[in-house]
Design a binder for this molecule. Structure first.
Ligand code: SIN
Ligand code: CO
Length: 388
């Protein structure tokens, strides 16, 4: 089994061992997870991204206008000229959507479901820079990309853990360090959710955070019930055709609760609807404005493919597929499509291939369902023509 092969990126343990012993449980320091790693993006290029309107970036300045001052991008050349020599950090979100070589790093994490991956955030810190002791609600792999960073880890936290008074950042008031390491380029630290951590730049350094996401229980409940409610007619209501005469008319009786539980179970237990909602929800793009559709006639699409056009995934699109009793579901950037079971290999290809072209699409060129699907994905913006 490939999941039992020792992986360098996990420090010589297999994906199965990592998931059993560390994932969501405890930290793992991996020296030279990616040997001789060289950042595909330089600090200057990272700062350049933070000047762009559509890029999400932040600066944390330890002794700015106030302790741990947070500024939100886009920034200007002036911002950088005015920064102190030391003790600040620039953080740029979702660089994997902007730099293909950064997206390629995600290939190391293919033993995890793709829908769990959030983004690759890259930080650049001046010497001494850090964002303060904190915890995140997500798993993260912190890959050292340039220079050295000291990581200290501490206690497990939760929403009761005391924080410093701060409007924008959740900095722990009390950090109880347990271990610390200095990471060099290629070293990586895995942290489970809620573990306190505190990184400080030993020298000017860059760190990549491969961040994961997990919906909160509150999100699952509110979003799924909103989704379900659209399919429920107003006349579908609490019913008590089996009601018995009551002893005390002011008591809410146990049998009312049983009927309510039955009503909830009937709707919440619909697996196809649950899967449809979940796939749509988890493939919502992080930046929907980057997944914009285009008008395209089916005939033009067909001739473009026939003439050798290459399709690529929009780096900001999210794709996933799943099986249901009546076929397959493809989820693309918040939308779902029910498709015949025969398209399974095409769905796998659409989700994973670097590019789609006459060669790898050849089994489907004469398949009407396949052509329509690809056409719709281009119109929706999840796939794009490579030369666009
Ligand atoms: C950083 O890269 O400075 C912050 C990453 C983190 O602690 O989540
Ligand atoms: Co963190």
């Amino acid at each position: 089994m490939t999941s039992d092969i020792p992986l360098q990126v996990l420090g010589g343990i297999s994906a199965r061992q990592f998931l059993r012993d560390y994932w969501q449980k405890k930290p793992l320091l991996i020296r030279q997870a990616i040997p001789e790693f060289q950042s595909p993006i330089s600090p200057d290029e990272l700062a350049g991204l933070s000047l762009e309107e559509e890029v999400e970036s932040r600066l944390v300045i330890e002794r700015g206008d106030r302790p741990w001052e947070l500024r939100r991008g886009p920034f200007s050349e002036d911002t950088y000229q005015q920064l102190p020599e030391k003790d600040w950090t620039l953080l740029v979100q979702a660089v994997d959507q902007l730099v293909p070589d950064v997206a390629d790093l995600l290939e190391h994490f293919r033993f995890l479901p793709n829908w769990r991956i959030d983004d690759v955030m890259i930080s650049y810190a001046a010497p001494g820079g850090g964002v303060g002791p904190h915890y995140d609600n997500y798993d993260v792999f912190l890959l050292q990309a340039h220079g050295k960073r000291r990581w200290r880890i501490g206690q497990m936290c939760d929403s009761d853990s005391p924080l410093l008074p701060h409007d924008d950042l959740r900095i722990l008031a009390d950090f109880q360090g347990t271990d610390e390491w200095v990471l060099e380029p290629g070293d990586m630290l895995y942290l489970p959710p809620r573990l306190a951590h505190f990184g400080t730049a030993e020298d000017a350094c860059m760190t990549y955070s491969v961040g994961f996401r997990a919906p909160s229980a509150a999100e699952v409940l509110t979003h799924f019930t909103d989704f379900l409610a659209q399919f429920l007619p107003d006349e579908e209501r609490y019913g008590d055709a089996d009601l018995q005469p009551v002893e005390d008319p002011f008591e809410i009786q146990r049998d009312a609760l049983e009927r309510l539980k039955g009503l909830l179970a009937e709707h919440m237990g619909d697996e196809r609807l649950l899967l449809t909602w979940f796939g749509q929800f988890m493939t919502e793009p992080r930046y929907p404005e980057r997944v914009e559709g285009a008008e395209l006639a089916l005939a033009d699409f067909r001739s473009a493919i026939r003439d050798g056009a290459v399709l690529v995934r929009n780096p900001s699109a999210r794709l996933a597929w799943s099986e249901v009793d009546i076929g397959l579901l493809l989820f693309a950037s918040g939308q779902s499509r029910l498709l015949p079971a025969g398209l399974r290999d095409l769905l796998r290809l659409v989700c994973s291939a670097d590019a789609l072209h006459v060669d790898n699409l050849s089994p489907w060129v004469d398949n009407e369902d396949a052509r329509t699907l690809l056409w719709e994905l281009v119109k929706q913006g999840s796939l794009e023509f490579a030369d666009e």
